[in-house]
Design a protein around this ligand. Structure first.
Ligand code: GUN
Ligand code: FE
Length: 472
């Protein structure tokens, strides 16, 4: 199909493209086959070809633009059930009081699981999320329901059957490391392969998911690492998240999370570790050197971690980072909120740094503010993390997600800034008073404003792998 109009993407940190009047062509497989200004000779040839074959060129209306869909690197699908509850508790108490019970409930009620997962899929599309790495539950069948819901909705999903063999509720734990490994292998290699075979679609992938160090024996962790390297399977977990969790691991294992994972060979380019808030600079260097990615989950960190993640430092060191909503440790599945929270937290860190710099410079000379030392990230940095950064961090067959580039999958959302909202019941508040408004009725300032105040009313359509799966 052929689409022309305005496109926005962030192909690298600190880089934002505002492409006006471009033509994008999607091939049969749903990948981008052509992307150039509409006036280029190649685009003119493409348009001529389209008219010959009778293919319509879909024109993105004035006042609207296309953006890559968001990549959510970390979401607990079953926790959508109790999203927003109990967040005043410390992490380990919250897990005991709410999480394990809710997950167990879905494992024992497939009808409820189907309802929760279908609703989750709809909400993700409404919110512009096109690719997600899910933590599921222990039971394989419940994860098959999750995979099926995402497949039916057309969402790109990594589905993680949880592995946990120690220290959970007596009724919500696997019997042994061997039993856990056997179940993980069955889900990742058989169930997911069967699903792909039956449907002929490849948007669903398995991901090995040892929950976190406290609930996984060393035997389980190294068994999963073997499985991952033998079958090229992705892995995800939680690393150095919360004070009570870090302390627990120290007391029971006599070492840090990162050492446990490292010794199990679970720091590698196939692994995405969430949070990493308690890592020191040398620890972060180990993350870089091992090629491990980080899912930065700013909202849940605000609740469960007493330390903010050193985002700017990690980016400077070259860690592959994307954003996660961490539902329900984070109460919002909207990646717009994840972006805003990432910026907010980084600005608080930077403001504190400046205060410390001022307090320590005894002389009254107003020292020049060193831009290079800033710990803050900008809205465009956060947009990169939510799209392209996420694609790079997720890697594997998803490594090309998050930008408009020939050869990359066409995963996009259409955002409308002018006129009536999606439902046609209200007005969008994007007056543009800037002088540089383009013929397409847009300016970069309007996009910036959308980042601050936009919501689902602005989202008109979503495509994943070239297939429109949301909007009319
Ligand atoms: N650590 C282990 N399990 C969980 C979970 O479900 N949510 C969060 N935020 N952290 C965890
Ligand atoms: Fe989590």
């Amino acid at each position: 199909s052929y689409i022309s109009g305005t496109f926005v993407d962030t192909p690298a940190l600190g880089e934002l493209n505002f492409y006006q009047d471009c033509l994008l062509v999607v091939d049969e497989a749903g990948n981008i086959a052509h992307f150039e200004p509409s006036s280029s000779p190649a685009s003119v040839a493409q348009i001529a070809l389209a008219s010959q074959t009778g293919d319509p060129v879909s024109q993105i209306p004035e006042g609207s633009f296309l953006l890559p869909t968001f990549c959510d690197l970390h979401l607990h699908a079953p926790q959508f059930l109790y999203q927003g509850n109990g967040l005043d508790l410390p992490l380990l108490e919250w897990l005991d009081k709410y999480t394990y019970k809710a997950e167990e409930r879905l494992d024992s009620d497939p009808v409820l699981a189907k309802r929760v997962y279908d609703r989750l899929a709809r909400r993700l599309l409404e919110n512009g999320t096109g690719a997600v790495s899910f933590f599921g539950t222990i039971k394989a069948q419940t994860n098959e329901i999750l995979a099926r819901s995402m497949l039916d909705a057309g969402i790109r999903a990594r589905v993680g059957k949880l592995s946990m063999d120690i220290s959970s509720r007596p009724t919500y734990v696997e019997a042994s490391a061997e039993a856990s490994l056997e179940a993980a292998r069955g889900f990742a290699l058989d169930s997911c392969a069967l699903l792909a075979q039956q449907t002929g679609k490849s948007l669903i992938e398995p991901v090995l998911t040892p929950r976190f160090v406290p609930t996984c024996s060393d035997e389980l962790l190294s068994g999963l690492a073997d499985m991952s390297s033998k079958h090229s399977l992705h892995v995800q977990s939680h690393l150095a998240e919360a004070y009570d969790q870090v302390k627990w691991v120290e007391d029971t294992r006599g070492k840090d999370d990162i050492d446990v994972f490292d010794q199990a060979r679970l720091l590698n380019p196939r692994t995405v570790q969430a949070h990493c808030t308690y890592l020191t600079p040398p620890d972060l260097q180990r993350i870089v050197d091992s090629g491990t990615s980080i899912a930065h989950c700013p909202l849940s960190n605000i609740y469960f971690s007493s330390e903010p993640f050193p985002l700017r430092e990690a980016l400077k060191m070259g860690v592959k980072i994307g954003l996660g909503t961490d539902v329900a440790g984070g109460y919002s599945l909207d990646m717009m909120n994840a972006m805003r929270n990432a910026v907010t937290v980084s600005r608080m860190r930077e403001n504190r740094r400046l205060t410390e710099v001022r307090a320590s410079s005894s002389s009254s000379t107003n020292e020049v503010v060193d831009e290079q030392a800033s710990l803050a990230i900008t809205w465009t940095d956060s947009l990169y993390l939510a799209t392209r950064g996420g694609g790079i961090a997720l890697g594997g067959s998803w490594k090309d997600l998050g930008h408009f580039k020939v050869g990359a999958p066409f995963d996009a959302q259409q955002i409308k800034l002018v006129g009536e909202d999606r439902e046609g019941v209200g007005a969008l508040d994007f007056f543009d008073l800037a002088s540089d408004i383009s013929p397409a009725g847009l300016s970069l300032e309007m996009v910036e404003k959308w980042w601050c105040i936009g919501d689902n009313r602005n989202r008109m359509r979503v495509w994943i792998q070239g297939v429109q799966c949301f909007g009319v």
